[in-house]
Ligand binder design. Sequence first.
Ligand SMILES: Cc1cc2nc3c(=O)[nH]c(=O)nc-3n(C[C@H](O)[C@H](O)[C@H](O)COP(=O)(O)OP(=O)(O)OC[C@H]3O[C@@H](n4cnc5c(N)ncnc54)[C@H](O)[C@@H]3O)c2cc1C
Length: 277
Amino acid sequence: MRPKTTHTSRPRIAVVGAGFAGLTAARELGRQFSVTVLDRSPWFEWLPNIHELLSGVKRSGDLRLPHRALVARSGHRFVQSTVTAIDAGAGRLVTSGGRSIGFDACIVAVGGVHDTFGVPGADRHAMSFKCVDDCDAIGRRLAQLAARPGRLSVVIVGVIYGTLGLLVQKAAIGHLVGLAFNVAASTFAPIFLMGVWWRGMTEKGALWGMVVGLLSSCYMIFFVSTLPVWMQWRIPGLVTVPLAFLTVYIVSKIDGQVPADVNAFMRQIHSPDVPKA
Ligand SMILES: Cc1cc2nc3c(=O)[nH]c(=O)nc-3n(C[C@H](O)[C@H](O)[C@H](O)COP(=O)(O)OP(=O)(O)OC[C@H]3O[C@@H](n4cnc5c(N)ncnc54)[C@H](O)[C@@H]3O)c2cc1C
């Protein structure tokens, strides 16, 4: 909302919502403004890590910081209250406690809400995964269900990365990223490099190189325990990348079906400025 009035004193800015957006906005506003930040909750919650509450890596307190202290750090005033009405024309907002606060500009940063998109029964049976309290509630419910005899069935809807995060919580992320690069390098590095620098590569050679690179690197990662100890490499690409190069070379040699336009193609990628013959 744009300022309605100007004052001789500092312009009054109201920031409604002290999540990532509201707090960032407040931090950017210098002391030339009189800033009031309002939020219904006393806590700022670090949402990207709330799945760690369920995996037991973190506790609620680890992911909560007091709004008042965060806002004070920027030199502003914090009011813990739910904003129930904003009158932009009059430059006033009202809180659930009936308090009226005037502003010259108002930043509304109240975030999003959990939506079940009208799916029948979802509101009644599904649990939202949006804040620390939600995760605590899910944890309690899972503990209740686990205490009951019989099999436990849980359906997780629409949470691919969250679910993966729960599963690999205790794995070293750096190592996982490294392994992903191993797979990518084993699959694509040979065909990229040989495609650019070797005229003898054939279509079958490239295809087999990718297949062997992909499968061998995945095997060395996912079935590492089935391999002899001397083959249990922490960096499987040291084996699988050369293996993929070798496969491209051997299959291309056996195949021999080099594309007829390979020379024109090489000329084009190595000397793009030279006009075509
Ligand atoms: C489980 C989970 C994991 C996520 N992981 C990532 C990630 O890895 N990377 C990423 O970039 N993003 C991630 N996000 C998304 C990210 O957290 C949101 O995009 C971000 O929180 C949005 O910030 P916001 O300030 O707009 O809203 P919010 O963080 O929702 O803040 C809104 C604030 O407004 C307050 N409020 C609402 N209504 C009122 C009212 N009427 N009066 C007073 N106060 C009010 C609320 O209490 C809240 O504090 C994740 C979200 C979730 C739920």
